[in-house]
Write a protein that binds this ligand. Sequence first.
Ligand SMILES: Nc1nc2c(ncn2[C@@H]2O[C@H](COP(=O)(O)OP(=O)(O)O)[C@@H](O)[C@H]2O)c(=O)[nH]1
Ligand SMILES: [Mg+2]
Length: 390
Amino acid sequence: MKIKSFFSHTIEDAIAMARQEWGPDAMLVHSRKAPREARHLGEYEVVFSDGAPGAATGESMLPSDVTPSAAPAGDRIVAEVAALKQQLESMRRTLTKTAFAPAPWLGSTLLGSASLLSEGFGMLTAADISPELAREIVQGAAKRAGISGDESKSETRKLDEQRWQAALREEMCNRCRIQPALGMEQSRQQTVALVGPPGSGKTTTLVKLAVHYGLAARRSVLLLSLDTYRVAAADQLRSYAAILGVGFQVLETVSGLAQVVEENRSKDLILIDTPGLSFRDLEDHTDLARFLSTRSDIDRHLVLSSSMKSADLSRVIDSYEIFRPQRLLFTRIDETGSFGSLFNETARTEKPLSFFATGQRIPEDLETASQARLIDPILGGLPEEVISAA
Ligand SMILES: Nc1nc2c(ncn2[C@@H]2O[C@H](COP(=O)(O)OP(=O)(O)O)[C@@H](O)[C@H]2O)c(=O)[nH]1
Ligand SMILES: [Mg+2]
């Protein structure tokens, strides 16, 4: 731990001097008007620690004749904030150490490689990948990269970073299927239903799909809405259909849907919008779920917001299993930087990902799903130490 005072005519200048000398890790401990005897050095004094563990608190740095309560209010606040910052920093260090501590299952014989593996485990769990899955991935990657549990010299050899990264990536890719397609393979006509909770982005995404896979591909399109649950809910889609100049029908009943699908066998693409159902509502729509889930010609995509919390996402996916969705379609990709929970669900359900909605713009904000889009941000967090440890 090192402590040093910096003096200047403004607090900002003094802070800039400290940062220049000690770099971004230096921490502000205290700032105040310089004591009279030090005024010739500058009007203000800021005290910095070098950020090493065990640095003094703001309070202990105050000279005995200037207690925090005697200092001007502004300075006191700065000192308190600095002390809080320091506490947070020390908590962060402790947490990081705990997260990256070699887990027992890594094996005590892995020596040099153990830190590499535990760093990988820490990185995956920090990206919200569940500990069980992270453990499976790291163990699989260790095997793939040639680290075994027995005590041979090969375990302690330097693992090349690219090999370790590639092994991790491959393990992750093996748990994430991608099928950016519409319709069932066996049928010429593509009949697609989007199901999912309210507000997940079904209607918006349906219109994007109609443009990209219907109009742009010069294919005949029919939009159907079963969303009669909320007043005027189907009007949104009706307006889009009118703008795009494609056929549109609202259906009140499941038998009506079956009939319309049958009557429109000549259409290339039929897109079915469904009401957003909450947990409670799902029970009242078992007929729709039964109908869709038993139609082998209807491709069912479960539309989910990627900004949902992990536990909620699992719960929603499980409750929508009554529709037996074949694929998962994630929206609001633009609103999240962490894809761990998406990855958890893809791996857990083994359902392929179809498309990613990346914003509100219609039709621009739609992408075909890809492993790189999901996995790169997770692996992108591989810390520098791992690279040098490898
Ligand atoms: N930021 C963002 N907003 C989206 C995305 N997809 C849909 N939305 C917005 O989410 C809201 C609900 O969308 P909507 O399609 O009506 O959801 P539905 O209830 O499932 O049909 C609308 O305001 C959409 O513009 C997306 O990928 N990103
Ligand atoms: Mg809707």
